[in-house]
Write a protein that binds this ligand. Structure first.
Ligand SMILES: [Zn+2]
Length: 336
């Protein structure tokens, strides 16, 4: 049993909040994204948040530090778009290994600082594996429903590269998140299994889907239960949902997961629904008041925040969940 699995049996773990929301506060401009190293890059780089792990590593470390200080047990690496598929937007496919490796190293270093200070509250790093910007099971072209912008095999190769670099950099957990297309996630899970087998290692895996709207389905059309069944062939540390919805809207979907899986259940919702300007303005207190329903009903083992959440949100969540027992876990993620 891994250390994190032991801790999960004792208490509800807190995941960090949004990286992007925090990075906006720095107001980085094009030249900040470029730094010295990429000052002559031929394509615009502003908005490539993952690149900041190379050009503004101190800012990334600072965000991790703030989340740990707020009470997070787990922080996510700054690698949401760290695949050749997503990095193609910036013509930075060749940097993918380095981006993931350095991001994991930054997070790990900060985690170790905190663990050394508080050995009874060990801190963990989850390698963030995003959905990419392409979908394997749907066509982006309404006039050609059979067309696919990406194949399972292309995704598998890209994810394998990301996974290897995240592990080499020191990630303790792999978090396949914001899944809108389960086939993309399956390619990521397949790649992880390949790396585990080749290296002869076990790695705790968290899987987190995204219910995109009030219909209660993912973008590729699955209900919470269908999503769970689709990914349950893999031994997992946890399964859950993140993004797209606020905390309250996730409750019925978490109830489905919690009632039907022996794995741990995770949730990292947005700070409510976006306003007319695309901003999230739910306060830490408002969000924590909704998450209270999760813990009172015993639905979750890991809880954090997605879009619009800040260290203040995570601090409010950490204070709340500390008073509740975790949902009982039967499942062992280690396959034998
Ligand atoms: Zn989000």
């Amino acid at each position: 049993m891994s250390k994190i699995q032991e801790v999960l049996k004792q208490r509800i773990l807190v995941l960090d909040g949004a990286m992007g929301t925090m990075l906006q506060r720095y107001k980085f401009q094009e030249e900040d994204f470029r730094g010295e190293r990429f000052k002559d890059w031929e394509h615009p780089l502003q908005g490539n948040n993952d690149l900041l792990s190379l050009t503004q590593p101190e800012a990334i470390a600072e965000v991790h530090r703030k989340y740990f200080a707020a009470g997070a047990d787990i922080v996510e690496t700054n690698t949401f778009s760290g695949t050749t598929i997503a990095m193609a937007d910036y013509h930075m496919e060749d940097l993918v290994y380095e981006l993931n490796y350095e991001s994991a190293k930054i997070a790990k270093k900060v985690a170790e600082e905190f663990t050394a200070k508080e050995p009874d509250k060990p801190r963990f790093v989850a390698g963030s594996i995003g959905p990419t910007n392409k979908t394997a099971s749907m066509s982006p072209d309404v006039n050609d429903p059979g067309f696919r912008a990406i194949s399972f095999e292309e995704l598998r190769i890209a994810y394998k590269q990301q996974v290897e670099a995240l592990l080499d950099g020191g990630a303790d957990i792999l978090l396949v998140e914001t899944i809108f297309d389960t086939l993309n996630a399956k390619a990521a899970l397949f790649a992880i299994e390949e790396v585990k087998e080749e290296r002869g290692i076990e790695v705790p895996i968290m899987v987190s889907g995204t219910i995109t709207d009030a219909s209660g389905r993912t973008l590729s059309g699955q209900t919470a239960e269908a999503f769970l069944i689709s990914i349950s062939h893999i031994p997992l540390l946890s399964v859950g949902f993140n993004c797209a919805l606020g905390a309250s809207q996730l409750v019925p979907h978490l109830e489905v997961l919690s009632g039907r899986t022996d794995y741990a259940v995770s949730a990292h919702p947005n700070a409510g629904l976006p306003n007319a300007f695309g901003e999230y303005d739910e306060s830490p207190e408002q969000m924590a008041a909704q998450i209270k329903e999760y813990v009172e009903k015993g639905l979750v083992n890991i809880v954090g925040g997605c879009c619009g959440t800040t260290p203040e949100h995570i601090a409010a969540i950490a204070r709340l969940v500390g008073e509740y027992a975790p949902r009982p876990i039967e499942g062992e993620y280690v396959s034998v």
